[in-house]
Every structure is written in C-alpha cells, then in structure tokens.
Design a protein around this ligand. Structure first.
Ligand code: FE2
Ligand code: FE2
Length: 156
C-alpha cells in the first residue's frame, strides 16, 4: 500500500479516538481511562512506524530533512503530555484541559504531515518508493500489533 495512504488511514483512526474522548465527562472514568489506553497503543505503533521507517527516509533528502526533524520533536511533545494525562485522575478537572492540549498538538501535527510533509514526500519519492515504504510500514505495524496480542495472552 502507498505509504501516504497508510499513514492517512492511521490518522483517521486517531482523530476518531480523540473526538470520542473529547465527548466524555468527569463521570466517565472508565471510558476515559480505557479510551486513553487505546489511543496510547494506536499512537505508539503509528509513531514507531514513522520514526523507524518513514522519517529516516525523509531525512535522507535535503528537501524533506527539516520537516522530518521537526516531526520527531512533535511526537516527543505529544508523548510528554500523554504521560501527564495518564498520571491525572480522569475525574480531575484538569484532565480535559490536558487532553485538549494533546488533541490540539496532535491535530496540528497530523495537518502538517498530510499537508507540507506529504506534498514534499511526493516530490522526492516516486510511486514505487512510496509503495515500498508503505509495505515496510504495514509489515512492521502487524509485527508490533502481534507482540501486543502475545503480551496480553501472557497476562491471562
Ligand atoms: Fe507523526
Ligand atoms: Fe502521522
């Protein structure tokens, strides 16, 4: 599959999860903690395939190097806010405030990827290269998701 198409699909899933969490109230403690755990897992795999496969490929081209470097840092900021939310009780009044900061950061990051980054990527890679990158990311994604299933199985 085309790399950009694969990443866009992931982005849609993340956006849906963010929208669902935004709709929760302080009383929805279980929904918030479960929703956050699913979002974290989804983001972990997505960030990994970008950081291990897509961004390094972008970094090799002078035209896309800077935007890739910036993207690593944006992941880092999102991960930090995520850790803060995880240590905040879902019924605490600051939970939603922190969540909204993470949501806005993520949406900005996704917009930048799908806008400037993907436009530039289409200029430096041909269709074959994008397909090959997409295949590698798809394989890695499956591998990462399998290891999660195995870990859950070990816990049961
Ligand atoms: Fe990203
Ligand atoms: Fe992304």
């Amino acid at each position: 599959m085309d790399a950009l198409k694969l990443l866009k699909q992931d982005h849609r899933v993340v956006k849906k999860m963010l929208a669902n969490l935004e709709d929760t109230t302080e009383r929805a403690v279980k929904t918030r903690s479960e929703g956050l755990a699913s979002l974290k897992q989804e983001l972990k795999v997505h960030e990994k395939i970008e950081e291990e496969i897509f961004y390094p490929a972008l970094k090799e081209h002078p035209k896309t190097k800077d935007i890739a470097l910036e993207a690593y840092e944006e992941h880092h900021v999102v991960d930090m806010v995520m850790r803060e939310i995880e240590t905040t009780a879902p019924y605490d009044e600051t939970w939603m405030a922190k969540f909204m900061v993470m949501k806005e950061n993520l949406e900005h990051h996704i917009d930048e990827e799908e806008g400037e980054m993907f436009t530039q990527a289409q200029q430096v890679f041909d269709d074959e290269e994008l397909k090959a990158l997409g295949q590698r990311m798809q394989d890695r994604k499956e591998e990462l998701n399998e290891s999660v299933v195995e870990r859950i199985r070990d816990l049961i």
